[in-house]
Design a protein around this ligand. Structure first.
Ligand SMILES: O=P(O)(O)OC[C@H]1O[C@H](OP(=O)(O)OP(=O)(O)O)[C@H](O)[C@@H]1O
Ligand code: HPA
Length: 184
């Protein structure tokens, strides 16, 4: 990444560390769901790289589906709201669903989405999230599979964006301050 590296201050998680952790997560899921079929639900766009890597580390029948959601609403009220911009193609009734996300921050998106999927009659709904910014949590969410816990820093790469860019960085990085300055 000769060009993009000029915009990076620090690499927090390398591509080798990412690959190793994703493999471990896939192996754990394979063990936990032995004998079952899974519906992997990637939440676009951030989940794309993690979704593609994770599904290839799961040695079970997998049905792939995606959603596009955006959270809105006031985190200080009891009900976070989520707007579904693109819904699932498949019927998840009686199926084992794993929602795949790049990052959990306040938890508002996942706290709102999980009950929606449960109400559709899924046999189970669990979350596989690569990055967990636990310090920022406003809504309690039960995340079964976590890649890495990270500090409360703005990061990009491996699906995470700044102004829709940098999702293609293969590492988890902190941006150089000049990038934010230029955006003003
Ligand atoms: O825990 P929360 O505070 O709700 O934040 C997490 C959400 O924010 C990001 O999505 P974003 O809305 O930026 O969309 P994207 O996936 O297209 O980047 C991320 O992919 C999660 O969906
Ligand atoms: O640190 C972050 N980077 C990109 N997107 C995000 N969404 C929540 N936290 C972040």
């Amino acid at each position: 990444m000769e060009n993009l590296k000029h915009d990076i201050k620090t690499v927090l998680i390398t591509r080798e560390q990412i690959a190793k952790r994703v493999r471990e997560m896939g192996q754990q899921i394979t063990k936990d769901y032995a004998g079952k079929e899974i519906v992997l639900v990637g939440i676009l766009k951030g989940a794309m790289p993690f979704l593609c890597d994770l599904m290839r580390e799961i040695d079970l029948p997998v049905i792939l589906d995606t959603m596009v959601v955006s959270s809105y609403g006031d985190a200080t009220t009891s009900s976070g709201l989520v707007k579904i911009k693109k819904d699932l193609d498949s019927d998840i009734r009686g199926r084992h669903v794993i929602v795949v996300e790049d990052i959990i921050d306040t938890g508002i998106t996942m706290a709102a989405l999980t009950p929606i999927l449960e109400k559709r009659g899924a046999a189970s709904v669990e979350l596989a999230i690569f990055l967990d910014k636990r310090e920022r949590r406003e809504k309690e969410v039960n995340v079964k599979y976590i890649g890495y816990e990270i500090p409360d820093k703005f990061i990009v790469g491996y699906g995470c964006d700044y102004a829709q860019k940098y999702r293609n960085l293969p590492e988890i990085c902190e941006l150089d301050n000049k990038v934010f300055a230029q955006a003003k």
